[in-house]
Design a protein around this ligand. Structure first.
Ligand SMILES: *Cc1c(COP(=O)(O)O)cnc(C)c1O
Ligand code: SF4
Length: 361
């Protein structure tokens, strides 16, 4: 479809966005769709509509409906099957929002939802209640200002996580206006951006963007990665640009059935991340958000993945597996149990191979 597109146009992130695939008509010319995919695409008009960058499509296997890149981007009919254990807002973010677009759950840090747009809409998105309406919402500066005022008046807040949607969907000057306002607050020590753009639209990471972000150090970037295939050459270039300008990079991964629920796939992903200077940070249990049952695994699957990583590979390649507690309890780490018993200063421990050791205090 894009064989006549020159390199410069292909590299233009605005072109990539403008040429995203939204319709059943176009996608069915590129992929042989299954009936579940066809029904899913037809029904998913509205919030979290299908939107696929040409770049993301190049990573996709056109012949395999189980392709992990494809499954994250193409809606299935299953998204419209809801069950009783699923919620619209599973982590009760709206309840913990003192002002619009700001979630204050932990004592010293807040989550600022800067936009409702993303480059590609992930079918497992936990914020699907907020994200990706068809018409583009320009940033509401009043909303941002009241969030900034809230942070100003709460001296305990030392860490501001800017997410969305995807804050890198904003133009450089729009994003900079937010970074400036937040970093000017004397008690804010640390900024972070949560994004999937280096994975779904790496062309967005331009020299100008990187130069702008660098000015707001210490600023860390957390990138949502789910599968080793996502760490392409083009993605590596984007990560290199960020890392070369001194921006520390971390990853967040959602545990997804049939996509990354095998220990060897997760191990490969974590290794690929270290190669592009991204430190694995979290693996999330897939939240019980409405219409995502087909993506969810038992919690035991996540625990087993950590069990197969810890000790068997570099400690830097082992993220923390967390369940974001339904009802708004926050992220709770779960993992293998290495402490077998504890009594009068005597600790019975097991190592990664299952051998038992005693540590006496
Ligand atoms: C995840 C999250 C944070 C950041 O948590 P860390 O464990 O510090 O990365 C902050 N606020 C909310 C509401 C969150 O969901
Ligand atoms: S990038 Fe994040 S917010 Fe956007 S659709 Fe994907 S999971 Fe949701």
């Amino acid at each position: 479809m894009w064989k006549d597109v020159d390199e410069e146009t292909w590299e233009d992130w605005h072109w990539q966005l403008k040429n995203r695939i939204h319709t059943l008509d176009t996608i069915s010319k590129i992929l042989v769709l299954t009936p579940q995919e066809e029904e899913g695409i037809k029904k998913s008009n509205g919030r979290l509509s299908m939107a696929i960058t040409p770049y993301w499509l190049t990573l996709m296997d056109p012949n395999d409906p189980e392709c992990p890149i494809r499954r994250q981007a193409i809606p299935l009919a299953e998204e419209f099957h809801f069950n009783n254990n699923e919620f619209v807002d599973p982590c009760a973010e709206d309840r913990d929002a003192p002002v619009n677009g700001l979630v204050h759950r932990y004592p010293d840090r807040v989550l600022l939802l800067a936009t409702d747009q993303c480059a590609m809409y992930c079918r497992h998105c936990t914020r699907r209640r907020l994200v990706g309406e068809k018409q583009v919402h320009s940033l509401n500066s009043k909303t941002i200002d009241s969030a900034v005022d809230y942070i100003k008046s709460n001296k305990k807040i030392r860490d501001v996580l800017i997410s969305g949607g995807d804050p890198l969907m904003l133009e450089d000057d729009e994003l900079e206006a937010i970074l400036k306002k937040v970093s000017d607050i004397p008690h804010v020590e640390f900024l972070r951006i949560g994004t999937r753009v280096p994975v779904t639209l790496p062309h967005r990471v331009t020299p100008a963007l990187v130069a702008m972000l660098k000015k707001y150090a210490p600023l860390w970037v957390s990138i949502h990665f789910n599968h080793p295939k996502e760490v392409s050459k083009r993605c590596k270039l984007a990560c290199d640009m960020l890392a070369d300008s001194g921006i520390p990079l971390g990853s967040q991964t959602v545990l997804l059935k049939g996509i990354n629920d095998k220990p060897y796939i997760m191990r490969k992903l974590m290794h690929e991340l270290l190669k592009v200077r991204v430190r694995p940070y979290y693996i999330y249990q897939c939240d019980p958000v409405r219409g995502t049952a087909h993506f969810r695994t038992p919690v035991a699957v996540g625990i087993n993945i950590i069990e197969k990583l810890r000790g068997f590979t570099s400690g830097y390649a082992v993220p923390t597996y967390v369940v974001d507690a339904p009802g708004g309890g926050g992220k709770i780490p779960v993992g293998p149990n290495y402490l077998i018993s504890q009594d009068k200063g005597k600790h019975v421990l097991r190592n990664y191979k299952g051998k038992i050791y005693t540590y006496v205090e």
